[in-house]
Design a protein around this ligand. Structure first.
Ligand code: BGC
Length: 747
């Protein structure tokens, strides 16, 4: 009887369990059914199991010509120009293209976001200021690049944007370029990889990414009137290679064509750049959008490859419609523009995962990520007598200059992020002012005080070298912060402004333990280098900059950044001692021409070709101040045992941390191509960023990408690998390469 009872109980329990499992499954299914996006028969393109191209074909087939035209232009300068109308559904970014509600195609809200989301202050929003992209390149770390993009993508989404217009990958061919801080340095492999992973990170957040400014927007002087020319092979092996690599890694939604001309034709209507290279050879599937006001025509621009005009509709509004109706632009071409836009919206997820109603960004997460990247980006350039890291036992420190009491500098122009609370040196709410230096509230002084709680830490503004020197004299250590503000729409001399060289000299003369911290947008000259003991390149370090600098100074973080750009001894050593167009600018200034008047058209022949940065210095036998790839650590590394696998095209070597601290190292591999290449310099072909404990050694193997070993053969119009001996070098910078081996390519 008892047995029967318990069997009954078990059966009952079992039945209840089955019922519960089934009902949970049923409930889950029904709740999925409730939340799943509808795929009504009337909108078959909403079926996410179809390919983005098939979905785009289905929806484009439903569009009227007016609807197609609506998708290929912006709606005006909006918030960018005082008094211009702002469309009601615009999210108040740099650009807005309304979607097509009847077909379920959402609006495209584009935001400048090279180093964080721009224009937050007009809506009282906060955005994280990351270190500059040039700083990011100094990490030589692709994971950091991906993280950087994730922060931007995350905050764009949180703020209601679905497209980033960051991703600058123009090479730092011209060190004085006011936008170098927005780019990723002088080498196509490094810059292309860093910006590629950055854009990938943006797109991982269901936000469309962008790569810009295509192509050869390598100087700001006369950027809208300069006609750049360069040998085709050199072009493909330098600037265009950076784009090719970045686009290959990220498959970006957009490529922004630049303001300048190339070979006599505006970049935004340049058949060679857009159709032949970008769309055919690079197989770019997204769309080409003009830089703001960079479109110059309807028929040539449309037929030669531009797909969207921003931010207006001067050429791609009614004018394009008329050109289609009159047969000057085939409707198939407009279909292609729209297909590119819509397929990319499907591919990136902005249709299946539309931006949610606006949320607030997480400033703490942003700060943590920004600080981590900044710490990896700071380059220790000089450390004489091991002046660094500073001991927490130091008794007195003079902190001098660059508003280090309140914040850190950022770069100017359309990539400028608004500082929380306004400019730290002139706090008031509101957006950044064009071309005005903006400091972010991350005070190095505060974090230096925290790191040395027992020390007397005093600040001097540095505006009077004598008083700064007096403070330095009475202190055990002097830390001078120097700054170089650079911004879009202008180029800048490499000498420090505002008498800062004299300041450093005066302080160094007063205190033998002087350390210089540079906040800069590009390289600078250092006439005082031999007078000081320590130098850190902190770039524009972002909202976590104060903490990051203090952590490096006191050794909480061991520096591992390496230069992504060559530091020259003098402007006379550059390929163009005077910037192309500078003569015209100086003349216009002398003639008192109003500053907004464009310069007359002029030619810039970049005769140095692919010999950008370190390649120029090597082939011209010039000594740089600091070479590309250079950066010190608080520990030391030794390299050995370089081996080359000719068949697999792989290289391996060992690296050992020979010091007493854990540290990261970036070991670089360069190749000198066979003599038939005609190349008189080495080129970067691979690198590894690795962490090592004291005494630890590792053997690393790196594949060599055939593209990096190839030359561009203009006869074949293709990259080709030459047969012969490739001399390979590995080491800690482009000029310190102790390991040498030969790779033999026979096919
Ligand atoms: C810049 C672009 C920017 C655009 C929108 C242009 O002046 O060159 O990089 O995205 O403005 O602000």
């Amino acid at each position: 009887m008892e047995l029967l009872k318990s069997t009954k109980r078990v059966v009952l329990l079992f039945a209840v369990a089955i019922f519960l499992i089934l009902s949970i499954r049923f409930a889950t299914h029904t709740s999925f059914a409730k939340t799943a996006p509808p795929t009504p028969a009337s909108r078959p393109w909403m079926n996410a199991s179809l390919s983005p191209d098939d979905r785009a074909d289905l929806v484009v087939a439903q569009m009227t010509l007016n609807e197609k035209i609506q998708l290929v232009h912006g709606t005006g300068w909006g918030v960018l120009r005082d008094g211009d109308p702002v469309p009601p559904r615009s999210n108040l970014g740099a650009g807005y293209t309304p979607g097509i509600d009847r077909l379920g195609i959402p609006d495209i809200n584009l935001a400048d976001s090279a180093t964080g989301v721009r224009l937050g202050a007009i809506q009282s929003r906060y955005s994280t200021l990351l270190p500059s992209p040039l700083a990011l390149a100094a990490t030589w770390d692709l994971q950091s690049a991906n993280l950087y993009g994730e922060v931007i993508g995350r905050e764009l989404r949180d703020q209601g944007f679905n497209m980033s217009i960051g991703g600058g990958v123009d090479l730092a061919r011209e060190p004085r370029n006011g936008r170098n801080w927005e780019y990723a340095g002088e080498d196509p492999l490094l810059a292309g990889s860093i910006v590629g992973y950055l854009a990938k990170g943006v797109q991982s957040q269901h936000v469309m990414g962008d790569i810009k400014h295509y192509a050869l927007n390598d100087q700001e002087t006369g950027r809208t009137v300069v006609n750049v020319s360069m040998d085709k092979r050199a072009l493909r092996e330098s600037d265009l290679l950076a784009f090719q690599i970045a686009i290959g890694i990220s498959d970006p939604a957009g490529v922004m064509c630049s303001y300048n001309k190339f070979d006599g034709v505006y970049a935004c209507e340049n058949d060679y750049l857009l159709n032949e290279v970008l769309k055919k050879e690079f197989a770019f599937k997204g769309w080409v959008l003009s830089d703001w006001g960079g479109a110059h025509s309807t028929v040539p621009a449309a037929n030669n490859g531009m797909d969207m005009e921003q931010p207006e509709d001067k050429y791609f509004g009614d004018a394009l419609k008329k050109a289609v109706q009159s047969g000057q632009v085939p409707e198939a071409r407009v279909n292609d523009m729209v297909h590119r836009i819509v397929r990319t919206m499907f591919a990136s997820g902005v249709i299946d995962h539309p931006v949610l109603p606006r949320r607030v960004v997480d400033p703490f997460k942003g700060l943590e990520d920004a600080q981590r990247i900044a710490e990896q980006s700071i380059v220790l350039l000089r450390n004489s007598d091991k002046v660094l890291p500073l001991s927490e036992k130091v008794r007195s420190i003079a902190v001098i200059g660059s508003h280090a009491d309140v914040g850190v500098l950022s770069g100017g122009g359309s990539a400028q992020v608004d500082a929380p609370g306004g400019n730290a040196i002139d706090p008031k709410p509101g957006t950044a002012e064009w071309q005005k230096p903006m400091y972010f509230p991350s005070s190095p002084l505060k974090y230096i005080r925290q790191a040395a709680p027992k020390a007397k830490v005093e600040y001097n503004a540095g505006t009077d070298p004598a008083s700064a020197a007096a403070l330095a004299k009475s202190s055990e250590v002097a830390i001078v912060f120097v700054n170089q503000f650079t911004a879009e729409d202008a180029d800048f001399p490499l000498s420090l402004p505002d008498n800062q060289d004299a300041l450093v000299k005066a302080v160094a003369a007063a205190n033998p333990r002087t350390i210089v911290v540079i906040e800069s947008g590009t390289t600078i000259l250092m006439p005082w280098l031999n007078d000081v003991k320590g130098v850190l390149a902190a770039w524009y370090p972002g909202i976590g900059g104060g903490q990051a600098i203090a952590n490096i100074l006191f050794g909480a973080v061991n520096p591992s950044g390496k230069l992504p750009i060559t530091f020259t001894n003098s402007e006379a050593d550059l390929p163009h001692p005077q910037l192309p167009g500078m003569d015209l600018l100086l003349k216009a200034r002398a003639d008192r021409v109003p500053p907004d008047t464009p310069l007359p058209f002029f030619d810039a022949h970049y005769s140095e070709g692919a010999r950008v940065g370190y390649k120029w210095f090597e082939s011209e036998n010039r000594e740089p101040l600091f070479p590309f790839g250079f950066g010190l650590s608080y520990t030391t590394f030794a390299y050995s045992n370089l081996k080359v696998d000719d068949k697999q095209k792989k290289i391996s070597f060992s690296v050992k941390n020979t010091g007493r601290r854990a540290g990261d190292d970036v070991i670089q591999v360069y190749a000198q191509l066979p003599a038939v290449s005609g190349e008189s310099f080495k080129r970067l072909v691979a690198w590894i960023h690795t962490s090592l404990d004291p005494g630890e050694s590792k053997t690393v193997t790196l594949p060599l990408d055939p593209l990096c070993l190839s030359i561009f053969d203009t006869q074949k119009n293709a990259f080709t690998q030459l047969k012969g001996d490739y001399k390979l070098f590995a080491g800690s910078s482009s000029r310190d390469l102790p390991l040498v081996a030969t790779l033999k390519l026979t096919e």
